[in-house]
Ligand binder design. Sequence first.
Ligand code: GDD
Ligand code: MN
Length: 369
Amino acid sequence: MDETLSLSVVVPTRNEAESVDALVSSLEPELAARAAEVIFVDDSDDETPDRVAECSLTAALTVRLLHRRPEERAGGLGGAVVEGLRQARGSWVCVMDADLQHPPATVARLLEAAEAKDLDLVVATRFRDGGSDGGLGALRRAVSRGSAAAARLLFPRRLRGVSDPMSGFFLVRRSAVELQRLRPNGFKILLELIVRSSFRAVGEVPYAFAERHAGESKASLREGARFLVQLVRLRKPEATGRLARFAVIGLSGLVVNEALLALLTERARLYYLAAAVISTQTAILWNFALTERWVYARRNCQFDLKGRLVAFCLVCTTAQLLTIPILYLLVDSVGAPYLVANLFAIAASTLVRFSIAERLIWKRPPSVT
Ligand code: GDD
Ligand code: MN
């Protein structure tokens, strides 16, 4: 009997008690003609599971609840989606949010596109042919577009034809997903799926991202950080440890910089701008020494120590200058609070410095074969 289902709708939920009922009611007419089930994979601490249980008694659709206890919530949103994929019985699986930002009417259109063109994956996109991301604030929109651009830069081939790799709304052929290869971590599960599966044919259907029905978004700075780690882990798994050490060194350099600035200004009575130049340069040297010893200690490099030092100083100074326009853009055009914007600017500059360190400064010599 299980194999007769055509569609499983997987809905990850965390504290969405007020949206569950509205979502199921609006899915019912859309899926009436289909053998479909709705699976809520729930990590809530509110009454969401009770609302789902009530729906499962009254709805015209099969409604299932997979509640994960606090100690079972590995991988957050992404982990929940993978759990839903594992339990799904439909030949197609549609993943969507509970808060009605993803219009239920689009589900049928995703399915039609998949069947008509025999696709393995159909992504609902905000960025093509009449789609829109109107339901996001200016800051989130900028972050979303920025991360889409970063992902496209890192995975040009895999993401060809995918205009919205950050989408949380898509439909996959269940048999095309290689579940055991997935390592979900937070929000960006679609990227994980695309990079780790080998989908033959991929399509897109535009939709308008709506306002949230109720409750609040769970997107956070922590999710942003998770995404950056995930990008590196997907692109270059063996570099993740080096990036972590590089970032820790960056933080320690910040401390050195501040401490020395205070010392030179207060104790040595230097003019603070002169003190800033000295402390910044010292921090760069500090970062260089630690990076040499702790990140690339065993690496055989193409450039000698002096070359690496000069390149590192240049790159750091340039990266520092670059954070200023980024900061300006985020604060003045996007309206981000300047402290948050500064964190983003620092994170972005760390990633840029790391990728130059990997590819250029501590580059291995060309292999002679
Ligand atoms: N099970 C589970 N566990 N569900 C979660 C978790 C979690 O840790 N965190 C969030 N969710 C659920 C929410 O309850 C909601 O149903 C859905 O995942 C999306 O979370 P939101 O907090 O509403 O995210 P958003 O609206 O800011 O962003 C969404 O839409 C974007 C555009 O498609 C996400 O799906 C993004 O990934 C997506 O880019
Ligand atoms: Mn949402």
